[in-house]
Design a binder for this molecule. Structure first.
Ligand code: SF4
Length: 374
């Protein structure tokens, strides 16, 4: 038995060889499932009938069901998918005029316990299988072709222009820590990059980590995807609180892993550093100076993320004046810094917020305290 839906090409080539068939069947199957969107083996007309029966007998994967789909006024689409074991995961599509970014999940919940994160409130349940990871792209693409045909969608605008309904970028930035589920994440990423499947550019598939340093160093040996690090503070004592994983892999260790990644790519890539802006927590001059010291000489791009408030979390977003000031100071030091556009506020588009209404597996709410800094 094999998970054909989530298998990458090399795995499928071995599978067909074991069936004493031709390895080129792997390309055919990948094209059927991921390019043509056909998952009914009986309809794969260029396979012999006996092989089609074999595939149907061998496949074990059940497609997730759409539990809920919400479309915001600005075109952001959020799905809740129900898995075969009734777990719920989230996927979000953020359309602009000439690109569409799909934010996908890699685990059910997360146990890293970042203090500003709605997913952390649910606790950890299990890793997703590679099929469940790539199914989010498959389902989103199918859904978007239906959604974009509706009059409601055609009337939506971003910057007064029509919205893209194509998935051009994928970020593993939804529920879970992808580098704690590498074995399942990598086949899915390889399918995203495979020209016979989704054919996305390696610069447009991004793995976002809270900082699993050993895996950051070895990522270039696993796949060509881009890397983003959820930094949120350049000061260990603050990051220890916001991202408790920092106590295991501190900022110095993380930067060493970041350099490993850059060197493995012959200095031809940069790393995206995400920095959620939390009022009174990580947004003053002391923090911007620490960030400049840390990243002044590094091939970095910083993305400042206005915090998406959530009633169950004890933080507030920095004012836009503060965020722009923070950005200006970084730009003055020639550090490429953008501010993420706030999208999907009406539908709780930040990771874990919508599914958090469906399931909360921990008592963390009772443990949370507002952080105070001297
Ligand atoms: S921010 Fe990411 S790594 Fe941290 S708890 Fe949330 S899902 Fe997990």
């Amino acid at each position: 038995m094999i998970d054909l839906f989530g298998a990458d090409r090399p795995t499928l080539e071995n599978y067909f060889l074991e069936l004493e068939d031709k390895p080129f069947r792997a390309v055919q199957l990948v094209k059927w499932i991921h390019q043509r969107g056909e998952y009914d083996f009986a309809k794969m007309s260029d396979f012999p009938k006996t092989l089609r029966t074999q595939l149907s007998n061998d496949e074990i994967f059940q497609l997730p069901q759409i539990e809920k789909v919400v479309i915001d006024y600005d075109g952001v689409v959020k799905w809740l998918f129900r898995l075969h074991d009734d777990n719920i995961i989230e996927t979000v599509f953020i359309p602009e005029n000439n690109r569409g970014t799909l934010c996908i999940s890699s685990q059910v919940g997360c146990y890293l316990d970042c203090r500003f994160c709605a997913t952390a409130l649910q606790g950890f349940n299990r890793n997703l299988a590679s099929a469940e990871i790539i199914a989010q792209v498959w389902l989103a693409r199918q859904q978007l072709s239906e959604i974009s045909a509706t009059e409601e969608w055609k009337n939506k605008r971003w910057n007064d222009l029509p919205l893209s309904s194509k998935v051009t970028n994928v970020v593993l930035m939804g529920m879970g820590e992808p580098l704690l589920n590498v074995k399942q994440v990598m086949p899915a990423v390889r399918l995203m990059l495979d020209d016979n499947a989704y054919g996305l550019s390696k610069r447009k598939v991004t793995i976002s980590t809270a900082g699993i340093a050993p895996m950051m160093s070895s990522l270039p040996q696993e796949c060509e995807a881009s890397l983003a690090l959820s930094l949120h503070s350049a000061i260990d004592s603050v990051r220890d609180i916001l991202v408790p994983l920092n106590k295991k892999y501190d900022i110095k260790t993380l930067m060493s892993a970041c350099w490993d990644y850059i060197k493995a790519h012959n200095h031809r890539r940069h790393i995206l550093f995400e920095y959620v802006m939390l009022k009174g927590v990580n947004d003053d001059d002391k923090h911007v100076r620490a960030l400049i010291r840390l990243l002044g000489d590094f091939p970095a791009k910083i993305n400042l993320i206005p915090f998406n408030p959530y009633p169950k979390l004890p933080y507030q977003c920095s004012s836009m004046k503060t965020i722009h000031r923070f950005q200006d100071q970084l730009k003055k030091r020639d550090i490429n810094t953008t501010i993420r556009k706030t999208r999907g506020n009406q539908i709780q588009a930040a990771c874990g917020q919508l599914s958090g209404e469906v399931q909360d597996r921990t008592n963390r709410l009772t443990r949370l305290k507002t952080i105070e800094f001297a």
